[in-house]
Design a protein. Structure first.
Length: 234
């Protein structure tokens, strides 16, 4: 009798998986699987961020070692230069005569034109970079501002538009004046002379192109450093 009772018990104990054991494993497997997936995901994230930080550090070191930016100029001729750190433009300002103030807002490179040169096989096509200038001329006791929009090419200034606007804000739909190229040639020449007298000339264009090349590199290095610092924070 005892022997008959022991046989089924032995079969239960020695079977590969009892029903209770199967149920226990099935209940624990999902939990273990989620933990494993979370661990692998965290490891992948850590490896990805580590590689990204390595690339950023290498790029920063390369820029600083091979062609570091120079200290930006704070003056040019009669202009004071406001660098506008971290922004895509700078401002120049000066006094002219007894009652005029000239302010020039200058973008970083915002366009280009291909250089018309014979292209050699295996060489990259060169481009002439473009900078936009917005020249504002204020006069004491005047509520209006003379605004002149210009293009600065590497060695020249080109007037694009001239109009009047309010000192504080522009009216709803002001008359913007005719196209500059449509003006009388002599009038165009006189307007260029008007700007040149206030320091808006070809020398300024050359200065701005060198300044913006330096600023472009400075802002690029600053940007990489900011991204690196953000990723490093836990």
């Amino acid at each position: 009798m005892a022997r008959r009772l022991l046989r089924p018990l032995r079969r239960t104990l020695l079977s590969p998986l009892s029903s209770f054991s199967k149920t226990l494993i099935l209940q624990t497997q999902p939990s273990l699987s989620l933990q494993t997936r979370a661990y692998i995901s965290e490891m992948r994230k850590s490896a990805f961020e580590g590689n990204l930080l390595r690339l950023l550090r290498n790029e920063i070191h390369y820029e600083l070692d091979h062609s570091p930016p120079s200290q930006p100029a704070s003056k040019f001729n009669s202009f004071t230069v406001d660098e506008r750190q971290g922004e895509q433009w700078i401002r120049l300002s000066r006094k002219f005569g007894e009652n005029e103030e000239v302010k020039v807002e200058v973008t970083m490179f915002d366009g280009s034109l291909p250089v018309k040169k014979p292209r050699k096989i295996g060489t990259e096509e060169e481009a002439t970079l473009h900078i936009t200038l917005i020249v504002d001329i204020y006069k004491e006791e005047w509520t209006d501002v003379l605004e002149i929009v210009c293009s600065a090419w590497p060695e020249s200034i080109e007037i694009r538009k001239i109009f009047m606007r309010g000192r504080d804000q522009m009216a709803g739909q002001p008359y913007m004046g005719p196209g500059f190229k449509g003006l009388d040639d002599e009038l165009q020449e006189s307007l260029y002379e008007f700007l040149e007298a206030r320091g808006i000339d070809d020398d300024l264009a050359a200065f701005l192109h060198e300044y913006m090349k330096n600023k472009d590199k400075t802002e690029f290095i600053r940007w990489m450093g900011t991204v690196k610092t953000f990723i490093e924070k836990k």
